[in-house]
Design a protein. Structure first.
Length: 102
């Protein structure tokens, strides 16, 4: 289960002194400010976010999505490779069918 949005708002407010009601400020802090922090601080923040993973979102939490984040269409996605096991099983079935038809 993904980390609820309110957790990101809480972290930005505590570590970045960002108004959690300002979605653009929170997004800016995560994208622009967080990467410039010392390595130890970044690890601490990520550990805290991971601790929130799986917690249940409040029903009244507004869903916030990153601005200008394009979603790729299915047709633009690369084709998934056929698993090697599926190829081997398919070959084995063809061999069995040939043997049984003789």
């Amino acid at each position: 289960m993904p980390t609820p949005t309110r957790c990101f708002l809480d972290v930005a407010a505590r570590y970045g002194n960002v108004d959690p009601g300002d979605q653009e400020a929170v997004q800016h802090w995560f994208l622009e400010v967080l990467p410039t922090l010392p390595h130890a601080a970044i690890n601490e923040i990520f550990e805290e976010l991971l601790a929130y993973n799986g917690s249940v979102a409040d029903d009244d939490t507004e869903r916030i999505y990153p601005a200008n984040a394009p979603l790729p269409s299915l047709s633009a996605s690369p084709a998934a490779p056929i698993p090697l096991l599926a190829i081997r099983v398919g070959e084995a079935l063809i061999k069995l069918m040939r043997r049984s038809s003789k």
